[in-house]
Design a protein around this ligand. Structure first.
Ligand code: THU
Length: 129
């Protein structure tokens, strides 16, 4: 299996998801080949929950990574799980049109580009051309 998918599957095991029971793992590969992982982290307030994708991206950015190639998202859901709308927007801002691999951590996977998941994205070009 792709090392990036494997990293996302391992990160999924660290999910803090006592409320939804829905465990998500993400792994983001930067332009230097480094892998940044994340899992979803829930809170009793619900609204403070942070998605796995955002944890991975914010970890990478805060450690200085600036260019990205691919993101893997692993869940055990019946259908392969894409990043939520908020994560798509944040990924677009900082990672651009990266490859997104959706996987069940086993045989099933699908690869798309972020522009397929977030067509006609809003970004700073609209007000800072
Ligand atoms: N979740 C993610 O981590 N990533 C997504 O793209 C979709 C949703 C998490 C948030 C919450 O902990 C649980 O899945 C159910 O929404």
């Amino acid at each position: 299996m792709d090392a990036l998918v494997e990293a996302a599957a391992r990160a999924r095991e660290r999910a803090c998801a006592p409320y939804s029971g829905f465990r998500v793992g993400a792994a983001l590969e930067d332009a230097e080949g480094r892998i940044w992982t994340g899992c979803n982290i829930e809170n009793a307030s619900y609204g403070l929950t942070v998605c796995a994708e955002r944890v991975a991206l914010l970890k990478a950015l805060s450690e200085g990574a600036r260019a990205f190639r691919r993101l893997a998202v692993v869940t055990a859901a019946g259908a392969l799980t894409p990043p939520c709308g908020a994560c798509r927007q944040l990924l677009w801002e900082y990672a651009g049109d990266i490859e997104i691999i959706l996987s069940d951590g086993g045989a099933r996977s699908e690869t798309l580009r972020l522009s397929q998941l977030l067509p006609r994205p809003f970004d700073a070009t609209y007000f800072r051309p």
